[in-house]
Each structure stands twice: as C-alpha cells, then as structure tokens.
Design a protein around this ligand. Structure first.
Ligand code: GLU
Length: 555
C-alpha cells in the first residue's frame, strides 16, 4: 500500500467517506445564477457587536436583493474563547432587526440540508477532507512541541523575520510517511498542517468586491488545519464549510484580508470554485485624541447592540444609520423617498467606502429622530408599547390604561407634512408626557412651579382667571392663538414680542409670557409639546380644573 494512504488510515481509521460523498450530500444549490449565497458566521464569544450587525446587514441584504440565500453558521472551534449561551442571544438580537436567516444555526435548533451548521459538530466532515489531503501528500502531521514553537516565535521576533511555520522553519514539511507513522505509533502528540507549495516571492491576483483587484503575496505558510483537540482552525473550516454550504460570496471583516492568500491556496489545491469575497471596513470611532480607533466592546457602550435596545432607539433608525455608512448614496435615496421602506434600497459594492466606517452617535440620534417623527400615531404607540413591555413597565401601564388617549398624545404634530422631531428614543417619551395623566400631574404639582419671577403673582393670577373665562377650545389653532393674543392684551401684556422689546415699561410682559403661564399650569414645566394640542387633549373640564388647582396653590 502507498505509504501516504497507510498514514492517512492510521490517523483516521474510522473515516470511510470521501470527498465525492460530501459533494453528493451537499450538492450545489438550485438557485439562479445571479443569486448570492451569503452567511453570518459568528463565534459565540459574547453579545452582538454593532460592527457585526453592520456586516450581517450587508450579507443579508445582498442575499435578499438577488433572491439568494442567507444562513448562519456558528463558529465555535475555539472552545477556549466560547461563552456558553451567547449563540442564541446573537440570533435573538438579529431577529429584532428582522434579520431572519433562511437556514442554518437558529439558536435553539438547526434548519437546512447543509447541516450541521455548528462547526464543533462537523469534525467528521473536516476529517474526510484532511484524510484525502494526507493521502495526496498535501498535509502532514507536525510534531513540534509548544516549547519548540515558542522558541521559533521568539527567535523570529528577535531577528525581526516574518513569524510562522514556513520554508525552513516548517520542521516536518518533508517528513516521510514512514517516519510520521513511527512517531504516531510512539504516541507523540501532533497537529496536522497544510503543506504549502507557495513562494513568498510570487504574487497572486485576487478580486475583492469592495476593494477591487488586489495583488497579494502568495502564501507559503504551512498552517495548522487540525488542532490537537481534533477541531479545525478558522482557515480550514472556512474552506470546507463555505465550499460545502455553497457560499458564493463571503462578506467578512477586513481583519481577514491578510489571510486571503491562505484561502486562495487552499481552494486552488482542492480545485474548488473560489468564492467571491468582500472585506468590509471595520467600524471605527473618533478617539478622544482625534484619531480613529475600533468601536470597542471594552470602551464604547454603543459597541453592543443591546445598548440601543435598552434605551429604546428605534431599530429602523439604527439600520438606516448603518445603511448610510454602508452605501454613500443611501442618504440621497432617503431624501428622494422619504416614506419608502428601506428594504427597497438596493445595496451596491461600488458605493461602498473601504476607508473605515466611522460610527457617529450624533448622526444615529438624528436619524432616529427622523424615523420616530415619520411614524404614524399607531406605529409609534405600538413600538413604544413593545419597548416598554420589556424596559419600562410603568410606561406600559400608562398605555394600557387607555391606548387611544396615548395615541392622541403621540399624535401631537405628527402625521403632517413636517412632523415634529420630539423624540430620539422611546425612553424620551415618558418624562415628556406624564403630565397628561392626572395622578402624575397632581404629584408634579406638589413641586414648586417654574413661573417667571419677573411677573408678579397678581399678574399671573389675572392671566389664569382671564384665560379661564375667555379661552374658547372650539377655535382652530390660528384663531385660538389670536384669541390668546387678545387675552394677553386684556391682562396688560403685549401681543407682539418685538413691540414689547421696544417699550418694555408699557407692559406687564408679552404674549410668550402668557403662553408660558398657561403651559406651566397645564404641564408644570416650561417646555412641552404644542400647547394648543395639549389643551385640546385635556379638554375644557380638565384644563379648567388645572387652572383652579394652580390658582389655589399660588394664591
Ligand atoms: N468566525 C469568524 C469571525 O467571527 C467569521 C469570519 C467569516 O465571516 O468568515 O470573525
């Protein structure tokens, strides 16, 4: 028997299937030729990072817009780094953004014909391929001990030479099968390495969908493909999984760009179709010193997608913000199509900037304001309710008391051509509307009211009494305001601010002061949504009662 075959059988006595069997079990997908098959391949090492959401969104949208397929694969081969239970959290967080995979690892189960989608369950599949490589003399067992490797690393560092196992440093590159068999029979521990035939003096030419044509140095590293624990490294799992899951576009973070020559050589050696690649820019932030740094789990709260959930930023707002950093023409599209669902926007690689994606929280906030202002009263009520059900039970109860009352409150300056941008997140809402509820109002009334100290108590009381008598809630907004001016004049206030400024002594104050007295009386605050709407929503009985309560309080 050929010695390579003997070696392969010694290492994998139980592996009987072949690559041909795998090709049959996982056939090319039956999709249109332009359909893109993409995936998100998280390692279960924590929460959903905002940068991962960015990348997943790109993967998901390209699959959807080409009638392709998007799946999720759990990359848990680095079991030392794994945090149990985080896989399902990631999936649930994606679901919040309506990013629902067509197949793959779905948190509590797996779905799809290309299963298993959890790498630690695929050891047998990797072994089938590795066995074949060993038979063909393209992979070999390496017996270097960790001490030897550490020494190699130190020496390379000291001499300032490129680190790694290549050329003369790949000690077992040319080991004969005979020697390997002997050492294995002697129970010497080993890993399996890929036998590179590359040369660092050669260049390869590869195409990246975002970066265009790239000239890269050929790989010559004998990378580990099977670790001592029997699991593959990222590179080898990428080769086998993306081939047999039939991914045709690998969209992943730019930190993988330097390993592209390794992947190129692996695919070439197998004679498998090289997928398309797009390496997305890292999501960065302007640092305190003005430079740029990676958006980091450790320093930035907004690096965790859960941050946006906790505060109740509208999810569409975050997605729209990410779309603005993914494609430079998104904002223009949004202006031209203010009410169209962003799913209609087609992503393109040529509008992608490869120059670091800068995360700008102020812009996120502005977009969220915009998004919230464009919701109908029903939409914002439903969304606020969903958010409050998890994050603010007091607010949920307020909505439960009377949903249509809450909708009316939310409808202030909404569903009009230029809606008011009051809120940036759901957690802003409660504080600004509590006064609409009498029990809360009564509590708030116990505090001192912020009336302007330059206006005397008598004048304040006079304004309140006159308003109570003269206000007509049946008027439309313009007429109501004219009537308020009339009330101001009756009380000795000027109905025009400019006029007032020219001749302050002649007046008790101006129309703004009158409105402010009414506002404070209704809301206990100097800032509020539109006063006319507040009075309409409270209705005559309740606003009159509030006037009486305030009069009694300040008298
Ligand atoms: N598990 C890898 C990571 O989290 C996946 C990279 C890829 O998409 O290929 O970085």
């Amino acid at each position: 028997m050929n010695e390579y075959i003997e070696l392969a059988n010694l290492i994998f006595p139980n592996v009987t299937e072949t690559i041909e069997d795998l090709e049959k079990r996982y056939p090319p997908r039956n999709l249109n030729k332009d359909a893109l098959i993409t995936r998100f391949a998280p390692s279960p090492t924590g929460f959903l990072h905002t940068g991962s959401l960015f990348m997943t969104l790109v993967n998901y949208r390209f699959a959807k817009q080409t009638n392709g397929l998007f799946y999720i694969r759990l990359e848990d081969t680095d079991q030392k780094r794994e945090i149990k239970g985080t896989g399902i959290t990631l999936l649930n967080e994606l679901k919040e953004f309506n990013i629902i995979p067509d197949e793959g690892y779905l948190g509590d189960h797996e779905e799809g014909k290309y299963a298993p989608y959890i790498q630690s369950k695929r050891a047998n599949i990797y072994d089938i391929v590795i066995k074949e490589l060993i038979k063909r003399g393209l992979a070999y067992p390496c017996f270097m001990s960790s001490e030897e490797l550490e020494e190699l690393r130190r020496m390379q560092e000291k001499k300032k030479i490129r680190p790694g196992c290549y050329g003369k440093y790949a000690k077992y590159h040319s080991i004969t099968p005979k020697e390997a068999i002997e050492r294995i029979k002697n129970n010497e521990p080993y890993v399996i390495r890929f036998k590179s035939s590359g040369n660092e003096l050669n260049k390869i030419s590869v195409y990246d969908e975002i970066r265009g044509k790239l000239e890269l140095t050929e790989n010559d590293l004998d990378i580990i493909i099977r670790k001592k624990d029997g699991l593959p490294t990222y590179h080898f799992a990428h080769l086998v999984d993306d081939h047999f899951m039939r991914t045709n576009l690998v969209i992943r973070g730019e930190e993988w760009l330097p390993s592209l020559p390794i992947h190129y050589e692996l695919f070439k050696t197998m004679n498998w179709q090289f997928p398309k690649y797009a390496h997305t820019p890292t999501v960065q932030k302007v640092s305190d010193t003005g430079g740029r740094r990676k958006l980091s789990k450790r320093y930035d709260e907004e690096a965790a997608v859960s941050y946006f959930f906790n505060y109740g930023y509208p999810k569409t707002g975050l997605i729209e913000y990410l779309l603005t950093i993914i494609n430079s023409n998104f904002e223009e599209w949004r202006l031209a199509n203010p009410y169209t669902n962003n799913n209609e926007f087609k992503l393109s690689f040529d509008k992608f900037s490869s120059d670091g994606a800068l995360f700008d929280m102020d812009k996120v906030k502005n977009i969220c304001k915009e998004v919230l202002s464009k919701m109908t009263k029903k939409e914002i009520t439903d969304e606020t309710y969903t958010w409050a059900s998890t994050y603010d039970l007091e607010l949920k109860q307020l909505i439960d008391r009377d949903r249509s009352y809450f909708e009316e409150i939310m409808n202030i300056e909404r569903e009009i051509e230029k809606p008011r941008k009051d809120y940036e997140k759901y957690s802003d809402i409660k504080e600004s509307i509590l006064f609409f509820y009498d029990d809360y109002y009564n509590e708030m009334l116990k505090e001192e009211l912020p009336f302007n100290s330059l206006i005397s108590k008598e004048d304040t009381l006079n304004v309140l009494n006159t308003f109570k008598k003269e206000n007509d809630p049946s008027l439309n907004e313009t007429d109501w305001f004219n009537n308020l001016k009339r009330i101001a004049t009756l009380c000795g206030f000027c109905d025009n601010v400019k006029e007032y400024k020219k001749n302050k002594e002649a007046y008790k104050g101006h129309i703004g002061d009158v409105a402010s007295i009414i506002r404070i009386t209704m809301c206990t605050k100097t800032k509020s949504p539109n006063l006319y709407n507040i009075l309409q929503i409270l209705g005559k009985d309740r606003y009159e009662k509030r006037i009486e309560q305030v009069i009694a309080k300040i008298k």
